[in-house]
Design a protein around this ligand. Sequence first.
Ligand code: PGA
Length: 263
Amino acid sequence: MTDRKILLVGNWKMHLNVQQSSLLVHRLHERIRIRRDIELVLAPSMLSLQPMSVQIDRRKFRLAAQNAYHKDEGTCTGEVSFTMLQDLVHYVIIGHSERRIYFGETLEVVRDKVAAALRNDITPIICIGETEVEHKAGETRQVLHDQIVTALSNVTSSQVKELVIAYEPVWAISTFGGTLAKPSDVQETLNFIRAQVKDLYGPSAAKAFRLLYGGSVDNQIVRGYLELEGCDGALIGSASLNYEKFSGICDAAYRLQTERGEQ
Ligand code: PGA
């Protein structure tokens, strides 16, 4: 067994009601084996979190919220705080491109949510990524730099070691076109992201934090990304709604970990 776990996060977005979520968990539970070198996280809708927390086998799955509000409590009609999620989830996805683009989440909002997650002992999964226009204009590094520096501005080096950053080029996400990113190009960007964290926090923090890739990842192509140096796993959207595809992704991760363990 290798010492580095693979982290696979299924982002169900605004799909599946409580009953449908329960059925999908049931199917995944039947198909997926427990392995200590793979961590599986499911991010259902806010409504499904509570019933799923009772249903899941905690040795197999952990839960993530897809979003939360940065204040702990108060006169904020319609919002759910990190404080309220504290006993329910291990992770919260923060700054997903759909939230940045559809709901106008700014760099500062993302920064405040990261701080709120850490204050409430929830691990943030911070999504970063450039749009197609930025990509074509050669602005990827600048965009990622700004997203990283702002998101981490209230974060200490020991906190950085615990958190997760998911690199999701916006143009590669199925919602926004789903053009597949070449693993060799992704490798360069992952290296850049680690180098940014190294500049801010030094080499041990840069090595310790977990870095995921996301953008139209499915069971056929996941391995190409999981094999990249410094890639700790994947954030999976549409393929995570299909139990055959998601369990196929888990199988690919199992095979890779087994091969790594044999080396
Ligand atoms: P996708 O979504 O896998 O459907 O492209 C990924 C994401 O939005 O996190």
